[in-house]
Design a protein around this ligand. Structure first.
Ligand code: BTN
Length: 251
C-alpha cells in the first residue's frame, strides 16, 4: 500500500498550507492531495513565524487522513522528519552531515535546511478529521545566516519537482510503516538521525527556559530532557529547542 499523490503545482500562492486547509478540505479532498507553489507570498512557519519563500526553494503541503487520535501527532512529526531526512540524504555529498532536530527541523552541519509545519482538525469522538503537512526546503537559497541550503552540499543537479517527488515517496513509505507496524521502528531510525543523546539543549516554552541534556524521545514522540537544574527527567511536548553540540551550534 502507498499513498496516491495528486500534485497541483502553482506559480505562486499566498501559501500552500492555507490552500490545503481551506480549499482542499472544503472540497472534501482525499488523502494525498498536494499543493506545490514555486513562490509563496505569505509563507508560514511554526509558532506563527514567517517562512521566507523565495523562488528556487521548495514549498509544498499535503493532506493526510490518518485514522488516529490527536495524541499520535507527535509521532507523525517524527515520521515525516525521517522521510525528509532519507530523501535529502540521497542528494548530499556527505549524508552524515544531516541531523534531525526535535521536533520538526532538518539540519545540515547544524544549520536549518528544512522545516515541517503540521496542522490538524479533529472530528467528533477525538479522532482526527485531517492533517495538513507543510514542508519547506532551502534548495537554492539560505534565507539567513542561520540557515543552510541543499545546493551548497550537493554536486547533483537538483530539480524541484524531482526532489518533491522523492520526499513524497519516502513520506508514503515511512507513513505506511508507521500505520502498519507502529512507532518503534521509526522512532529508532529518528534517533539514529538525530543529535547525540547527552547533547546540551535549551528548550524555550513561551517565557520559560529549561536547560538540560537531550535524553531521547518517548513512545508518543515527545522529547525527553534531563533537566540539569532540578535533576529530573522532563517530557517536552512543545517548544523551541536550541542545541549546543558540535554540529548544531547556533540552532
Ligand atoms: C518551520 O517553522 O520550521 C516550518 C516551516 C514550514 C514551511 C512550509 S513551506 C510549505 C508550507 N507552506 C507554508 O506557508 N508553510 C509550509
Amino acid at each position: 500500500m502507498s499513498i496516491l499523490w495528486d500534485v497541483k503545482t502553482f506559480d505562486s500562492l499566498p501559501n500552500t498550507q492555507d490552500f490545503i486547509t481551506n480549499r482542499a478540505v472544503d472540497e472534501g479532498a482525499l488523502e494525498g492531495r498536494v499543493a506545490h507553489a514555486l513562490v509563496q507570498g505569505a509563507g508560514r512557519g511554526r509558532h506563527g513565524r514567517e517562512w521566507v519563500s523565495q523562488e528556487g526553494n521548495l514549498f509544498f503541503s499535503f493532506l493526510l487522513r490518518p485514522s488516529c487520535g490527536f495524541n499520535e501527532i507527535g509521532q507523525l512529526a517524527l515520521v515525516i522528519g525521517v522521510a525528509i531526512g532519507r530523501a535529502l540524504q540521497k542528494y548530499l555529498d556527505r549524508p552524515d552531515i544531516l541531523r534531525l532536530k526535535w521536533p520538526n527541523d532538518i539540519l545540515l552541519e547544524g544549520q536549518k535546511c528544512a522545516g515541517i509545519l503540521i496542522e490538524t482538525q479533529g472530528a467528533k469522538g477525538g479522532a482526527l478529521d485531517w492533517v495538513c503537512v507543510g514542508i519547506g526546503v532551502n534548495v537554492e537559497v539560505a534565507p539567513d545566516d542561520q540557515a543552510a541550503c541543499l545546493k551548497e552540499y550537493s554536486a547533483q543537479l537538483i530539480i524541484l519537482d524531482e526532489l518533491r517527488d522523492d520526499i513524497l515517496t519516502e513520506v508514503s513509505k515511512q507513513y505506511m510503516l508507521w500505520r502498519e507496524d507502529g512507532f518503534e521502528e521509526v522512532s529508532s531510525v529518528w534517533l539514529d538521525m538525530a543529535h547525540e543523546k547527552g547533547a546540551l539543549a535549551k528548550v524555550c516554552i513561551g517565557e520559560n527556559v529549561i536547560q538540560g541534556l537531550f535524553a531521547g524521545i518517548d513512545g508518543q514522540g515527545a522529547m525527553l530532557l534531563h533537566d540539569t537544574q532540578s535533576n529530573e527527567l522532563r517530557t517536552i511536548t512543545a517548544g523551541d529547542v536550541y542545541l549546543e553540540d558540535a554540529y548544531a551550534a547556533g540552532n
